[in-house]
Design a binder for this molecule. Structure first.
Ligand code: WT7
Length: 632
């Protein structure tokens, strides 16, 4: 058996094998990688605890599989083309062999700073090659990386550093984002005022802005790395040793650190990469995500390198210098597989076909979508005008917690149905549960999307709080992993994701908990109480609607209050979480027991004026009327 599925029939055979004998199925795939010692057991699991171990007893290092293993045949092959934010700036390219040496140098630098296996390293970086090198360098020495998206605020950064008790932060002086420059180092300095676990900071000079450097703590990346030896022995890791932590939002509380481990994550990201995108030797793959999100982890860094692929890494944004940028980059590098988010597609649709038609997109073979449900109009436009009706659209459904793509077509081999993610990958066993938690066996149904069997890259725990992992994912439906999504299964067994059924909103493919935004609003002196809901937004998928009860003793203008509230969200989380609408209200609709009736607020945000279903438990129905009358 090989890793690669070459037809729908082969998919069906693989799928059946993967469910009848998962241990044989995944054991055979794992055997195609390089191990220092073979595993004792393929799988050991119990979803109730939860406990999931894949390839336990096996020894390996993921970076030997991403780099060393390819050097002999692919040393001179390009691993990454780096496309700068400014199209006129100098592009870069890095071969597998150079990447290997850069990773080793950086790994040696980490060691020189005292970083050891198991230590946590926070990476807060722009989309530059040095970020990727840093990630792999951590894995090389067994340090656990925790990447924080560089759009998060210093408060959000501090929360994540503290939760992981990171010893080291790798950052840059600043970053380029379209016409803007953002000073990252300043944010790190602010964050570190509230952190005491960090002993060192490595700063990459990206925008040449002469960031302040603190003697003894801060080190210039280039100077530090320069003197290091360019080989570094890979730390032997147990399959189940931590590879990384990535923070993601849920319905309640602060973002939690999703933990992924070495062996299973390696096997699944590579397997899913090759099959979903049908990547072939000499192809050029481009995933437009940021390394701060799971998509960047699995399909910019790990999956493609494990599979020996050549990819594009893009520093900039889709609309700079104009809305043709994505297509210009596709043309420039002859991109064969292109992977982006519906929000970008919708934004670029608006620029009109004249823009798209200036570019030659003939190299494209597979085009992918990820992060949120893709609406029919965007799907059709993507298929017709980017894929020119000859490229399959792979609508890939997955999550930070799943580590890799779970539901998707496999290149051109699977039947397509617009807005449907489609069938599960081999090894993935989805079920739909009804309101009573019973499995729905028929087709043409709708229910809560759960998984009944583990796959190699399922999250193992939430960092520092295993109970939270259990409560959030494994307790709603005993014996199942609960995704938080609702889904439909059509007559043919294809899945269509409806969206989150919990208090998580998805804004431009970015995940936020409503509670997290409310907490940020509530830190503001004007705010007494708030409730945040999502509502349909033409470009972002969902927009953020905040209802806030304010204390206005000094009769400040509504405009000024709203600005202040917005600033609190920017400071607490980042600009990406700023509400699209803020409505100042005198009270929130609550039940007699004091629970906010979000269902009603959601309806109002959607534009509903009269039909709110059962409101008999409302303490004060007049509140609803007032909110409706002043809704935005
Ligand atoms: C949530 C996970 C994993 C990629 C980036 C997002 C939504 C993701 C799709 C899709 C419909 C999707 C789900 C999921 N989602 N992909 N193809 N179709 N919805 O990762 O931040 O962990 O968010 O994104 O609601 O639960 P994430």
């Amino acid at each position: 058996m090989s890793l690669r599925i070459n037809s729908f029939e082969e998919y069906q055979i693989s799928y059946e094998e993967s469910t009848l004998n998962p241990e044989k199925f995944w054991g055979d795939i794992a055997a195609t990688f390089q191990w220092n010692k073979k595993w004792d057991t393929v799988l050991d699991w119990n979803f109730s605890e939860p406990r999931v171990k894949w390839f336990d007893g096996g020894k390996m290092n993921i970076t030997e599989n991403m780099l060393d293993r390819h050097l002999e045949k692919k040393g001179d092959q390009i691993a990454f083309y780096w496309e700068p934010n400014d199209p006129n700036a100098k592009q870069k390219r890095i071969t597998y062999s150079t990447l290997y040496h850069e990773v080793c140098k950086t790994a040696n630098a980490l060691k020189a700073l005292g970083i050891k296996k198991g230590d946590r390293v926070c990476i807060y970086m722009p989309m530059v090659l040095e970020a990727i090198v840093s990630i792999i360098a951590c894995a090389r020495i067994g340090a656990v990386h925790s990447i924080v998206f560089a759009g998060f605020s210093s408060t959000a950064l501090a929360d994540r550093i503290n939760d992981a008790q990171a010893k080291l932060v790798i950052t840059a002086d600043g970053l380029n984002r379209g016409a803007k420059k953002i000073h990252l180092k300043q944010m790190v300095d602010d964050a570190l005022k509230a952190c005491n676990s960090v002993t060192d900071v490595i700063v990459f000079d990206c925008i040449n802005c002469n960031a302040d450097m603190l003697e003894g703590r801060d080190h210039d990346y280039t100077t530090l790395i320069q003197q290091m030896p360019d080989t570094c022995k890979a730390e032997p890791m147990d399959s189940e040793d931590l590879l990384f932590i990535l923070y993601t939002s849920g319905s309640t509380g602060k973002p939690k650190g999703v933990v992924h481990t070495c062996g299973g994550y390696m096997v699944y990201t590579s397997y899913s990469f090759e099959n979903v995108f049908q990547y072939e030797e000499n192809d050029v793959f481009w995933c437009t995500a940021d390394i701060g999100w799971i998509t960047g982890h699995s399909y910019i860094v790990y999956g493609p390198l494990l599979s020996g692929a050549t990819s594009v890494v893009f520093e900039g944004i889709p609309t700079y210098p104009d809305s043709g940028r994505f297509w210009a980059v596709c043309e420039k590098y002859n991109v064969n597989q292109f992977y982006t988010a519906p929000t970008a597609i919708r934004a670029l649709m608006g620029a009109g076909l004249e823009v798209v038609n200036q570019y030659n997109l003939e190299s494209l073979k597979v085009i992918g979508s990820v992060g949120e449900p893709i609406n029919e109009e965007a799907w059709q436009w993507y298929y017709d005008h980017i894929g020119k009706k000859k490229c399959p659209v792979v609508d890939t459904w997955w999550q930070t917690e799943t580590g890799g793509i779970m539901l998707s077509g496999l290149g051109a081999h699977s039947p397509m149905n617009p807005t449907h993610a489609g069938y599960p990958l081999p090894g993935i066993q989805p079920v739909l549960l009804d309101n009573n938690g019973a499995v729905i066996h028929e087709n043409d149904v709708e229910g809560y999307l759960c998984m009944k069997f583990p796959w190699p890259s399922v999250l193992r725990t939430t960092y520092g709080d295993h109970n939270r992992c259990k409560n959030v994912y494994f307790s709603n439906y005993e014996g199942y992993y609960f995704t938080g999504d609702g889904a439909k299964r059509d007559r043919n067994g294809m899945y269509r994701i409806i969206g989150r059924v919990d208090d998580v909103i998805n804004v431009s493919g970015h995940r936020f908990g409503t509670a997290e935004i409310e907490d940020a609003i509530n830190t503001n002196e004007f705010a007494i109480e708030s409730a945040v809901v999502g509502y349909p937004h033409a470009i972002k998928g969902q927009g953020i609607y905040a209802y806030v009860v304010v204390n206005d003793a000094n009769q400040t203008t509504t405009e000024a209050i709203k600005n202040a509230l917005m600033n609190s969200v920017t400071a607490g989380i980042g600009k990406i979480a700023k509400p699209d609408k803020i409505q100042i209200v005198s009270g929130l609709p609550k039940t007699r027991s004091g629970k906010i009736m979000r269902r009603i607020l959601r309806k109002i945000a959607e534009g509903e004026k009269t039909e709110f279903g059962d409101t008999s438990t409302l303490l004060d129905p007049s509140v609803v009327e007032e909110i409706v009358n002043h809704s935005i």
